[in-house]
Design a protein around this ligand. Structure first.
Ligand code: SAH
Length: 343
């Protein structure tokens, strides 16, 4: 029988699993805290648990650790990019960024991605599998251990489409914010989606405090379909309808992400169309100078992004330009993994 992935269990599931081997409920909480509070990933080091029970735990459960395959440190801004090897030999990327207020971490939710966005390096390497809740969580726990810091913010913006791995991502959110465990407020977490509309409705019903980010990248339906195939299934008007519903249901503002790409979506009329589309919606626009991907020819002139932001501002749309971090270490997601798979 396969061992149970203990870091993917919430407290009540752990209680049930322990009850099945005749253990008391309070043991579950003890073990849960060893894992999620003390961050001890070895049953033999859980010193207030009897040796017999530790043996049983080793027989029944596994603790899925990640291995640092590569660690790239930016000499420009302290950004650290990790290439983690998963227990089955696949790779994911995690990026640790330093801001004036603390550290933020960008984690992956899948090995690869099915969405096929034209400008994204993750799409080029292809989809392999979903990440388990524990594999999303351990990117954070192990990066914190490796760097000797605690992160104050988490963004689900690494490799993968979080809403295409919905159940495991929801479980991860429950685990990271669990009162008896890591106890992080979801106000410090952002989830980014390319726009899987039915899942946006599902997420709205959960009324979580997280920030929902929508990768919009074009306000023109045909153009968006060209660069983001998901738009052929859920078009802009369906997406915006779901966003309005989400805002109404949760009372939370949405962030729209827009990678400005010269010759694709960067003209004055693109800005005007975007402003028209978003008028009256409680939102914020985050403009991103497109990260260069070797296989693609996309680029952005920095001045173009600033002009775009100004034009949106004049039309009453609140927009900021994302700082570029770690540009010397290929921090654009998916590039390291793709290179590792190739070799
Ligand atoms: N699948 C999710 C989250 C992962 S990508 C999503 O689509 O939102 C995180 C963000 O980076 C998305 O907004 C994505 O569109 C953007 N992105 C991907 N490749 C990029 C590139 N080369 N330059 C700039 N932004 C990019």
């Amino acid at each position: 029988m396969d061992k149970i992935d203990i870091l993917s269990l919430d407290l009540s599931e752990l209680e049930t699993a322990l009850a099945e081997i005749g253990e008391k409920r309070f043991r579950a909480k003890q073990i849960f805290q060893w894992l999620h509070v003390k961050r001890v990933f070895d049953f033999d080091k859980m010193t207030d648990i009897s040796i017999q029970l530790r043996q049983r735990l080793n027989e029944i459960f596994c603790i899925n650790g990640l291995f640092v395959q590569k660690r790239l440190e930016s000499s420009m801004d302290n950004t650290v990019k990790y290439l983690y090897r998963l227990p089955d030999g696949n790779f994911v990327e995690t990026v640790l960024m330093e801001y004036s207020y603390g550290y933020s971490i960008c984690v992956s939710t899948q090995v690869g991605c099915k969405m096929g966005c034209r400008f994204c390096a993750s799409a080029i390497a292809g989809y392999v599998r979903d990440l388990a809740p524990s594999e999303i969580l351990m990117q954070i726990y192990q990066t914190e251990q490796d760097a000797g810091i605690r992160v104050s913010g988490v963004v689900l913006m690494g490799i993968g489409e979080p809403l295409d791995n919905y159940d495991n991502v929801m479980k991860f959110l429950e685990l990271i914010s669990h009162k008896s465990g890591n106890d992080m407020s979801l106000r410090h977490l952002s989830l980014s989606t390319c726009g899987i509309v039915p899942k946006i409705y599902d997420l709205a019903e959960k009324k979580l405090q997280l920030t929902l980010c929508i990768s919009l990248h074009s306000a023109d339906n045909d153009r968006r379909s060209e660069i983001m195939p998901v738009n052929r299934t859920y078009n802009i008007s369906e997406l915006l309808k779901a966003c309005r519903y989400y805002i109404e249901r949760t009372g939370r503002r949405i962030t729209f992400e827009y990678a400005v790409i010269d010759g694709v979506n960067s003209s004055d009329s693109d800005a005007d169309r975007l402003a028209d589309l978003l008028r009256g919606i409680n939102c914020h626009v985050n403009l991103i100078p497109v990260n260069k991907v070797k296989e693609r020819n996309y680029s952005t002139a920095r001045s173009g992004v600033a002009d775009f932001a100004k034009r949106l501002g004049k039309r009453g749309i609140n927009a900021t330009v994302r700082r570029t971090l770690g540009s010397d270490i290929e921090a654009a997601c998916g590039q390291l993994r793709r290179d590792a798979e190739k070799s």
